[in-house]
Design a protein around this ligand. Structure first.
Ligand SMILES: [Fe+2]
Length: 216
């Protein structure tokens, strides 16, 4: 098994930052997830190279690397991040949405109780309406995206926003000029069996986003 003090240090910083941010969320899922991370923080992944075409440079560039340790941690871990894709929804021939499961049943560190990681969503990309049994909490790190949640209204969600999706609640995401990078977690029934998504054939409606951000 490959050992790397530098990767281990970056992993520790990444999970510490994840827990720190979720602990400050304005909904109970945040501190509860932070406590789960703290319990699993000492476990290390088996480091391995995963072939992928996700480039985080544009998402990390707006962040302040002096004040934000998550920037250096993600840069160092990029070669070993196990990106997963669940479909391509634009005409691009490359990956435009992907996620890494840091902790979970399919995670870099195994847990059957929770899924959490990072979600990346390229510019000009549409993630159609979908729903699942799990309760989902996003925390936007970089890039302003637009979320639909239980309605047709698109809401602007800048960096720093928390977005909570209850069990079975419809939600969709689209981006414009900026890619989105977010922390995410699933709690409750974390099986993918309940996951369903609307067809991507329809382009996202050109509706002006509102400015309300009840959870941010
Ligand atoms: Fe979701």
């Amino acid at each position: 098994m490959l050992t790397s003090p530098l990767l281990e240090q970056a992993w520790s910083v990444l999970l510490d930052q994840f827990a720190h941010r979720y602990a400050a969320a304005p909904v109970a899922q945040g501190p509860e997830t932070a406590a789960q991370i703290r319990r699993l923080q000492g476990q290390l992944p088996d480091w391995g190279f995963t072939d992928h075409d996700v480039v985080l440079a544009e998402s990390l560039a707006p962040l302040n690397r002096q004040r934000d340790p998550i920037v250096g941690a993600l840069e160092r871990l990029q070669p070993v991040l196990q990106w997963r894709t669940r479909g391509v929804f634009t005409d691009a021939a490359y990956t435009n949405r992907a996620y890494v499961e840091f902790i979970g049943p399919d995670g870099m560190v195994r847990s059957d109780d929770i899924r959490l990681g990072i979600y990346w969503h390229d510019r000009d990309t549409f993630y159609p309406s979908h729903r699942h049994n799990a309760v989902e909490l996003y925390h936007v790190l970089s890039g302003t995206g637009f979320w639909q949640h239980r309605s047709q209204t698109w809401v602007s969600r800048p960096a720093g926003s928390f977005i909570l999706h209850g069990s079975r609640e419809d939600h969709a995401t689209r981006s414009e000029a900026e890619p989105i990078l977010a922390l995410w977690s699933w709690t409750g029934d974390i099986s993918f069996e309940s996951y369903s998504m609307d067809e991507a054939a329809m382009a996202p409606p050109a509706m002006p986003p509102t400015a309300s951000m009840p959870l941010s």
